[in-house]
Design a protein around this ligand. Structure first.
Ligand code: SF4
Length: 261
């Protein structure tokens, strides 16, 4: 059986002990679990379950320890986790990463063992370089999605995240989840120097979903992982005027922005 849970579709057989590009076999591991108070207002505060493993390799990743599964201790995602989950103060339960898509099977098994009176809606916070079949499976299980749209073209995606065919794959994912009638908050992390090649084209193709998505323009990019001066514009913070341009473009395209809610 070929595993194709993310856009990379590496096709290994994780049921037979092979390890995917994401670093995962058949089990899923929790790298962190805590209540986060800076999520999108409708789901905030959210109890985050951070899953290890990711099919992307963003050079600027701020969660590389999760992505590469080097967190300690790693906790198995299974029914025992319910015994230590404390929902006090949380308005939602978010699966995040790394990326959750790559741990789909384990997450479904985990949710299948949830207490009957579990009170929180489920949020799927993903990188958007997914397989639309995954989101079809999640229909009726997930109450809100928070996908990233990182790039507006394949070249930047290949250069900075080592992924292929990004633009088409991201569109297919947004197309699938916007069909499901649940809240969708699309995160656009403003990357320095990527307005023309990525963010403005992204805003324009998202226009067709204007009545089904809310845009969260994020200005917190920080070049503090393995980005160096040789990475040129990516070694900077995004310019305030570039962020303003994206905000203005978003408004002109008739898209609703999170900050306006
Ligand atoms: S998608 Fe997220 S977790 Fe994965 S490599 Fe990129 S920034 Fe890191």
């Amino acid at each position: 059986m070929r595993i194709e849970l993310c856009g990379r579709r590496c096709g290994v057989n994780r049921f037979e002990g092979e390890i995917g590009f994401c670093g995962l076999g058949i089990d899923a591991y929790v790298g962190g679990m805590f209540i986060h108070i800076s999520e999108e207002p409708p789901i905030n505060p959210s109890l985050l379950i951070e899953l290890c493993g990711c099919g992307m390799r963003c050079k600027f990743c701020q969660k590389a320890e999760l992505r590469d599964g080097v967190v300690n201790p790693k906790i198995l995602l299974d029914r025992n986790l319910w015994k230590i989950i404390d929902t006090t103060g949380a308005r939602s339960l978010s699966f995040i990463g790394g990326n959750p898509d790559e741990s789909l099977l384990a997450i479904l098994r985990f949710l299948d063992t949830a207490p009957m009176d579990f009170p929180l809606p489920i949020v799927w916070n993903c990188h958007g370089y997914g397989n639309r079949i995954v989101y079809r499976i999640l229909e009726g299980i997930v109450d809100a999605y928070i996908p990233d749209v990182k790039y507006g073209n394949d070249n930047c995606a290949k250069k900075w995240s080592q992924i292929y065919g990004y633009a088409e794959i991201a569109k297919r994912c947004i197309d699938e989840i916007t069909r499901q009638g649940v809240p969708i908050y699309v995160r656009i992390l403003v990357l320095p120097g990527h307005n023309e090649c990525c963010h403005i084209p992204t805003i324009h193709w998202l226009k067709e979903y204007h009545d089904r998505i809310i845009i969260n323009i994020m200005d917190q990019y920080s070049p503090d992982f393995i980005i160096t001066k040789t990475d040129r514009q990516m070694a900077n913070h995004p310019k305030p005027e570039d962020i303003q341009t994206i905000i203005k473009e978003t408004r002109q395209c008739g898209l609703i922005q999170m900050a306006l809610i």
